[in-house]
Design a protein around this ligand. Structure first.
Ligand code: NAD
Length: 476
């Protein structure tokens, strides 16, 4: 059997037909015990490390082909990001995997209690197109570190990166334990027919419901890494220049096609105009007179998404407000420049769905309290950002809102700290990964009590005479 089911050299029907045998093979590998030793796991992680390092030019090329990412952005948000994650896992895996001793109550003495980290078995990772390498290999690191066998299903919307992973992963990682299945919905559906020990899905909430329903048939646990509209709250006392720079940086990363990108800004009314002026200045500083000439702006993934984004512009619907900054676009080049919208109706199309592009609505609010209400009236977001110079304001926003993660006086960077678990809450996702959280996501914490065979007091067995009952109650 081939260890990559590739849509580039096989038909969908051929790929789909091979799925059951492939999953059977991965389950047999898991049952063989091959993936359990720490040394095997470390070897695979070192394989992934070499794959990223030795092919750095190819990764840059495919990420540019799929999304027009600049070399630096591709390195920072994809390959280097993953290398840091692997490095941390290599350094800590032994510690994470070690059985953890916990106390044993007197009634259970003599005995010892431990929490063992068991691999789950054979797991499925379904990845999206926007960070096609990071969001495929990232979960793979955790799944392998925990000792599982894995199918990775990359996104068909980033075909160059998908093909590169399908070709390279089997060269660097044990092909009996990790298999890439390329393809689109039919291939995903065939994979979802199988019984998995865990599914980690990254993508949108609509498909997440399909995944969760398929998983429910087998009571398979899922990690759902989704998105949503991540708000930014800018208080009157914020450093407006710094806030504008950091908001625009987050908004424009990967041309706005980032799950934790700042989606819209709620700014206190008295500094609204000054903040918009700062955004205009930042756009000029970052991208010059003509942003389309900048090598630092990625492209919209495809024409369908380009057209979707155009429906969020004022020219498509008055309620989307007015263009205060930018607004340039070129369908043939799949280019949209940084665009700031003002006077936006909260009911406008641009405020109904995750924007996932380089468009930033800025909405004036009367107070930070009003901003908090605005956020709490909507779905819990994946990320929330607050800019202020007052710790009290920052804490108030953090305490009174719920979001997957948050970042104070910056955007997006919370994701790059591997010590922070990354995940959503409510509609923005379930479960988390990165760093140790990846290891625990793909492990089962098995509780084990080891009792001594030396003592076996009869008091614990029937018949429970009044004297025995008194003793037992005292021990409890
Ligand atoms: P996508 O279209 O690439 O879909 C993701 C995966 O789901 C792909 O592998 C695709 O083949 C598969 N898929 C699509 N339809 C399916 C179906 N009907 N049945 C089974 N599988 C199916 O990516 P997308 O959903 O457009 O990704 C963008 C969304 O993902 C945004 O909402 C974004 O916020 C979110 N996202 C979240 C994170 C995170 O880590 N929380 C990261 C990136 C993106």
């Amino acid at each position: 059997m081939t260890q990559t089911l590739s849509s580039s050299n096989q038909s969908t029907e051929e790929v789909v037909a091979q799925v059951p045998a492939l999953v059977k093979m991965l389950k047999a590998t898991f049952r063989s015990g091959k993936t359990r030793p720490l040394e095997w796991r470390l070897e695979q992680l070192r394989g992934l490390q070499s794959m990223l390092k030795e092919n750095s030019e190819e990764w840059a090329e495919v990420l540019h082909a799929d999304l027009g990412k600049s070399g630096l952005e591709a390195a920072l948000t994809e390959t280097q990001f993953l290398l840091a994650e692997i490095d941390m896992t290599l350094k800590n895996l032994e510690k994470w995997a070690k059985p953890r001793k916990v106390s044993t109550p007197i009634a259970l003495q003599p005995g010892k209690s431990f929490i063992h980290q068991d691999p789950l078995g054979t797991v499925l990772v379904i990845a999206p197109w926007n960070y096609p390498l990071q969001l495929s290999v990232g979960p793979l690191i955790g799944a392998i570190a925990a000792g599982n066998t894995v199918v990775l299903k990359p996104s068909e919307l980033a075909p160059a990166t998908s093909a590169a992973m399908a070709r390279l992963i089997p060269q660097y990682v044990d092909p009996e334990a990790v298999v890439v299945v390329e393809g689109a919905i039919p291939e995903s559906v065939a994979l979802l027919e199988e019984q998995w020990d865990h599914i980690l899905y990254t993508g949108n909430g609509v498909v997440a419901r399909v995944i969760a329903a398929a998983a429910a048939r087998h009571l398979t646990p899922t990690t759902l890494e989704l998105g949503g509209k991540s708000p930014v709250i800018v208080a009157s006392d914020a450093n407006l220049g710094l806030a504008a720079r950091r908001v625009m940086f987050g908004r424009m990363m990967n041309a706005g096609q980032t799950c934790v990108a700042p989606d819209y800004v709620l700014v206190e009314r008295d500094v609204h105009d000054a903040f918009v002026d700062q955004l205009a200045k930042v756009v000029g500083d970052f991208y010059g007179e003509n942003p389309q000439d900048s090598a630092d702006i990625a492209r919209i993934v495809n024409e369908r998404h380009f057209d979707r984004l155009m429906r969020l512009m004022p020219e498509a619907d008055d309620r989307n407000g007015k263009v205060a900054v930018g607004g340039a676009h070129d369908r043939a080049a799949r280019f949209i420049g940084p665009t700031v919208l003002v006077d936006v109706d909260p009911e406008a199309p641009v405020m109904q769905e995750e924007i996932f592009g380089p468009i930033l609505p800025v909405i004036a609010v009367d107070s930070v309290d009003d901003a908090i209400d605005f956020v709490n009236d909507r779905d819990k977001p994946l990320a929330l950002y607050v800019f202020s110079q007052s710790a009290e304001t920052e804490d108030k926003v953090l305490d009174q809102t719920s979001s997957g993660g948050a970042c104070v006086n910056a955007t997006v960077f919370q994701v790059s700290n591997p010590f922070l678990p990354f995940g959503g809450v409510g509609p923005s996702g379930q479960g988390a990964y990165h760093g140790e959280a990846s290891f625990t996501t793909f492990s089962h914490a098995k509780s084990v009590l080891r009792r001594s065979q030396l003592l076996d007091p009869g008091v614990l067995y029937p018949p429970f005479t009044p004297t025995k009952q008194t003793i037992i109650k005292k021990l409890m």
